[in-house]
Design a protein around this ligand. Sequence first.
Ligand code: 4AZ
Length: 783
Amino acid sequence: MDKENSDASSKPADLKVSIVCVISIQVVSVPGRLPGRRLPRKPIGKARPKKQSTKRAPFWNFQNKIILFTVFLFILAVIAWTLLWLYISKTESKDAFYFVGMFRITDVEFLPEHRQKESREFLSVARTVQQVVNLVYTTSAFSKFYKQAVVADVSSNNKGGLLVHFWIVFVMPHAKGSIFCEDCVAAILKDSIQTSIINRTSVGSLQGLAVDLDSVVLNDKGCSQYFYADHSSLRYPLEVSATSGQLMCHFKLVAIVGYLIRLTIESVQLEADSCVTDSLTIYDALLPIRSMVLYRLCEPTRALMSFVSTNNLMLVTLKSPYIRRLSGIRAYFEVIPEQKCENTVLVREITSFEGKISSPYYPSYYPPKCKCTWKFQTPLSTLGIALKFHNYAITKKGAKGCEHGWWEINEHMYCGSYMDHQTIFRVPSPLVHIQLRCSSRFSDKPLLVEYGSYNISQLTIKPACDVTHFWQPGPLVCDGFQDCENGQDEHNCTQSIPCTNKTFKCDNDICFKKQNARCDGIVDCPDGSDEDSCSCSRTSSSLHRIVGGADSQEGAWPWQVSLHFVGSAYCGASVISREWLLSAAHCFHGNRLSDPTPWTAHLGMYVQGNAKFVSPVRRIVVHEYYNSQTFDYDIALLQLSIAWPETLKQLIQPICIPPAGQKVHSGEKCWVTGWGQRHEAGNKGSPVLQQAEVELIDQTLCVSTYGIITSRMLCAGVISGKRDACKGDSGGPLSCRRKSDGKWILTGIVSWGHGCGRPNFPGVYTRVSKFVPWIHKYVPSLL
Ligand code: 4AZ
């Protein structure tokens, strides 16, 4: 700071020199002419002798007066300008820019003395690093603004060598501050190392200092903090919040060597926009390296969640550049020992669940690349092992890798996936060897599995499922738990009471007397279906559609949306409110596709490219249980950046969301629409919006065709196969008209199928009625 002040005063000193120069001209030139003023005036009217007048003109004549006056004005202007300049340069504000950074010196061994700021060891490292950083920046493009570097800390780390934490200060006029960027300042430091990299290691020489290039971090100070935690029984708080301005925080957490860091998040406040602007990112490193992301939070939460590092380091970044309400984080971190997850379990003879196993560091999210083994043994060869997975299921591994855990059970491979209910897996062997590998690149949700023995001979009891290996002991059918993969155990479970033409029929087939119960503002049905979807489209001019897959009529499907990815039609979607669309999760699977930025939604469109309204996509919410292997939970919500205007309500209309648990009837006729391919073999979409009438197909029949059809799927098509959805239609609507009130219901979302239009292979759709609470969680305004 002192240095800053002394340097700031050096500029005005330079200016003073130039002012003295200007004034000195004034002093020398002006007084030499002034005595002429005192010459006696000649009497008016008296003729001057001719000779005298030609010899010497009077000094105080008109011409000289003009010259003198001009010189005087000039000097006055110079003085005024100089004073003005002096004033401006003196009052111009200067900003100090602080950067926090760190790097690892690889060839110096850490000693406990390095932690003491007064020790010779610390001072020696600090002096060397300060000199090196001075050299780097005083020879850089920012040399004019560079002030100093201060070493704040020297610590150990799991990779060896010393981790040096330092501050760098730059001072520059406020107006020039915008040229400063974190990346530029960091690049100068990194480039100085890169030039000397030899032998393909990341270690290079920084002015003679052996520095690991990968360890270099340099950040704008903002709310950056460095924490060193050396007590394993303490909770270190991590809190920051703001109601305006911006937050760009970096919390570097370092624990004692040999330990790990557990970060527990109590609440996070940020703007939910799929991490386009706001995000909370947890890295398994001290650098914001993309491949080291443990977890990313893109929306506010109050749910307690915790994450564990794989090393003694963690970086938490909070980004909220345009705070509108409140942004911030309330969390704490702890130092925890590494846990082994290996166990041998002797299961007792009683045939019930008797114990639990869990993912590492349960109930924290488990870290990537973990490996657990469990050996189970039952006391009798007639007893096998039953595993009850909480909100999780395992299925035989296919050709693809597993996204949420690989399971090897007695040498058979399975992939895990999350779901909204428990599943039971039985292994008909008294000796079971299980290995779990956390395949995810990121931290994943904690797993809890109950275990127990079961009588292998009872395996032959007829299960409620036709095509599955999973079931639950006890009441299987209609117990509210979906035990079968295909959900068959929970189908046809609604009890009906006699209905007449004088009764009102709820969507779950319960009837009661009140005939005009629909949308009267009073909930009469136990499932609320009489008051469901009261603000969606009733009108549609689609009564004269061409059967068999043909051009639709313009305006017939006002909820149909075309989703464009980087300018090209990619998927379909349906309008469900002024700012929300419903589509398929698989349209957004993958790094680039899950980012909302390249997507645009085209509404009120008939011919491709001629939309009545186009909006960028602000946020994509993919269902958290979406399974890219089985296409289960294939549903996603999209929030528009701009709500479509009321003035377009003739051309754009929302479709109704079905009531939760809506029963559909096989044989019911519905319509599938989209700009997708017209033939399986083609490779381009249709320019005009196509429509095809299809029939809802019996679930059991569909299961017998495809095998795994979960209760979140439904099938529709025609036996001939001629009418079907195809590539490019995905995410688009399967619209069914409700007879009771003529409203159009979004019964399905185009999801998958075996080819397109093949006989006996109907299209598979996401069963929207299974997702009503999930939709309401994000779109509460939907009635
Ligand atoms: C697809 O690839 C796709 N025939 C969509 C629907 C169907 C098949 C494929 C159903 O987007």
